[in-house]
Design a protein around this ligand. Structure first.
Ligand code: COA
Length: 294
């Protein structure tokens, strides 16, 4: 029997990178209470960093911070903040400085999403996603930059691939993520001379995440979907975490203003997630393609 291909295996960053590469470093991560950003925090902590995770749900954050501390042997603290509120982010930064004295790494990951056609999307709904994703990223940068500059640190912004081509029902997120990609690049060139790097991780289909569960087509079996991905499997949150470890590490010290797509090659062959044009001609029909809310 043929041995399992390398790409079919999900690796931990500790199998590839040294354990202590982030000793003494401090991570500030919005959206770190769950999903991809939690996995990124976990991996960065396993290489030695302490961390603050930021989010709206204090119960979820507190539990996640405890679990991350227990699992990694490093310290993770929760800081409740809505990224739409600059003052709350400033308080979260203050808490981080009081606890750890510095910030080296920032992950701008807090995001919101749902499926809705332009014709059925209210101004407030569009604004809400722009405010969480784009303004939330801006507020996070503004609150952390003096500290990241002081430590000649690094930013990672969690974006997406759906805006590379038009994706129906995702105008709000497409606009928000395109703006984040642009923001990261400008940050990189303005702050590069101060020793600060800024890059984007663009996850493709990552299994088990809230985004994937909420947004993937109901009738698509995982096996059928996985077969359509060039590397033959869904991504794991660990794949995104490994990318974050690489981008924060000194191995990426000459990499800035870049977008690292973590999607197994699927962007190049991606079919539309929803049936086209049926889903556009009959907006009500998308309900039957969306998995029940988690
Ligand atoms: N379709 C259309 N509009 C929607 C919607 C949907 N599924 N969900 C929310 N909206 C609209 C609301 O109707 C409201 O607009 P309105 O005032 O014109 O009615 C606007 O968006 C704000 O919604 P609200 O629920 O008040 O905002 P919120 O700040 O509490 O939450 C989200 C916004 C995006 C965070 C929320 O939709 C959510 O909880 N999503 C799930 C979590 C998530 O997105 N995780 C990330 C996965 S990638």
């Amino acid at each position: 029997m043929a041995s399992q291909s390398h790409s079919a295996v999900v690796f931990n960053s500790s199998q590839v990178f040294k354990e202590n590469i982030f000793d003494g470093k401090v991570l500030f991560c919005t959206g770190g209470g769950s999903g991809i950003c939690r996995a990124m925090t976990d991996a960065v902590m396993r290489h030695g960093a302490n961390a603050t995770i930021v989010g709206r749900n204090v119960e979820r954050l507190t539990l996640a911070a405890k679990e991350l501390s227990d699992a990694t042997g490093r310290m993770c603290i929760p800081a409740q903040a809505d990224v739409r509120q600059p003052k709350q982010l400033q308080d979260a930064v203050k808490k981080t400085i009081e606890a750890f004295g510095k910030i080296d790494f920032v992950i701008c990951g807090a995001a919101g999403n749902f499926l809705a056609p332009i014709s059925g999307l209210s101004e407030n709904a569009f604004r809400t996603v722009i405010e969480i994703d784009t303004l939330g990223t801006y507020h996070t940068i503004k609150a952390t930059l003096p500290y990241v500059r002081a430590s000649r640190g690094s930013y990672i912004h969690v974006s997406a691939t759906l805006h590379y081509r038009a994706t129906p029902y995702q105008v709000h997120v497409s606009a928000a993520k395109a703006a984040i990609d642009a923001t990261s690049a400008v940050l990189a060139i303005e702050e590069g001379p101060h020793g600060v790097r800024s890059n984007v991780i663009a996850p493709g289909p990552i299994g088990g995440t809230e985004g994937m569960n909420r947004l993937s087509a109901k009738g698509t079996s995982t096996r059928e979907y996985e077969a359509s991905i060039p590397l033959g499997r869904m991504g794991s949150v660990k794949d995104c975490a490994n990318a974050a470890v690489f981008l924060f590490s000194d191995a990426a010290s000459f990499i800035t203003a870049q977008i690292l797509v973590v999607d197994g090659g699927s962007e190049h062959v991606r079919p539309l997630t929803l049936p086209y044009p049926q889903s556009v001609l009959d907006p009500a029909s998308i309900k039957s393609f969306i998995k029940p809310k988690l």
